[in-house]
Design a protein around this ligand. Structure first.
Ligand code: ZN
Length: 281
């Protein structure tokens, strides 16, 4: 017997664990203060991509959004990203619910594709062509025969040890009907990214997870922000990683970079438009 996931009957914004709008306001406040603080340092450091004016301009934009003068819709804005995430996750859950209401017992999985061969050096992430990268992934999905729907996002995390950014995707893929395509995808990704960016670490470029808590997992895959990943060892000697805030300058540069991107740059989808749309009708 097929076991389909138990989907929540309430929306993501009703989850008590979700960071509140006030938290987003406070995070924006932190970003505004930091951008203004770093603006002077950038002025003295002429090699930088973003100017003092860019940092101040972004700080002003986030401030106007916090004061509700405008909805800035910037990818650098925690408030606007939170709103986007809630809408997106609710749409995805509704689309899956609709299938269940029609008696379709589809199973879904969460997949992470780590692109070790496409890692980026410390301040070079600004030049990374995300739309082109997404096109490459779409081509791979197509060649593997994935029929969709696939939804998720592109993400960049900075790894402290090799001082490199690791480009990756978090994707929700319908497993039912895509079983062979997903194993083909796994072997292709393993061939494309055989070597970890960290020394003496096994490459695990393709990770699969069962979809068990739709709200939590879908919320995680739509973070739309970058972190610094640091390694540590547990008391029992196990290797683990922890996510930290980026260093101040890198954080400000990543905010300016995000601000310059179109809102649709980070979210990813493949053969999912009609699927997402039907739940809105
Ligand atoms: Zn905003």
């Amino acid at each position: 017997m097929v076991s389909v996931i138990d989907l929540p009957s309430y929306s993501l914004d009703e989850c008590s664990w979700l960071s509140s709008e006030h938290d987003a306001y406070e995070e924006n406040d932190y970003r505004i203060a930091l951008l203004r603080e770093l603006a002077d340092e950038v002025y003295l450091n002429r090699g930088r991509r973003y100017s003092t004016g860019d940092l101040h301009e972004l700080a002003d934009k986030l401030e106007a959004c916090n004061e509700e003068i405008i909805a800035c819709k910037s990818l650098a804005c925690k408030k606007c990203n939170r709103k986007f995430k809630i809408e997106r996750v609710n749409d995805i859950v509704s689309a899956m619910k609709l299938e269940q209401e029609h008696g379709l017992e589809f199973e879904y999985g969460i997949y992470t594709i780590l692109q070790y061969s496409r890692s980026v050096s410390a301040y070079a992430f600004i030049d990374y062509d995300v739309p082109k990268d997404k096109d490459r992934i779409r081509k791979i999905l197509s060649r593997c025969g994935v029929i969709g729907p696939v939804v998720g996002s592109f993400e960049l995390d900075f790894h402290e040890k090799p001082q490199r950014w690791l480009t990756h995707y978090h994707l929700l893929i319908r497993q039912t009907g895509n079983e062979d395509a997903i194993s083909e995808l796994k072997s292709r990704v393993q061939k494309l990214h055989p070597i970890n960016i960290k020394k003496n670490r096994c490459a695990r470029p393709f990770m699969e997870q069962k979809l068990s808590d739709a709200h939590e997992q879908l919320s995680y895959i739509h973070k739309l922000t970058s972190f610094e990943v640091r390694d540590y060892k547990t008391l029992f000697g196990k290797k683990r990683t922890h996510k930290h805030r980026l260093n101040k300058l890198m954080f400000c540069e990543s905010l300016c970079w995000l601000d310059g991107l179109d809102r649709r740059t980070l979210p990813f989808q493949w053969h999912a438009r009609a699927w997402l749309k039907q739940s809105k009708v």
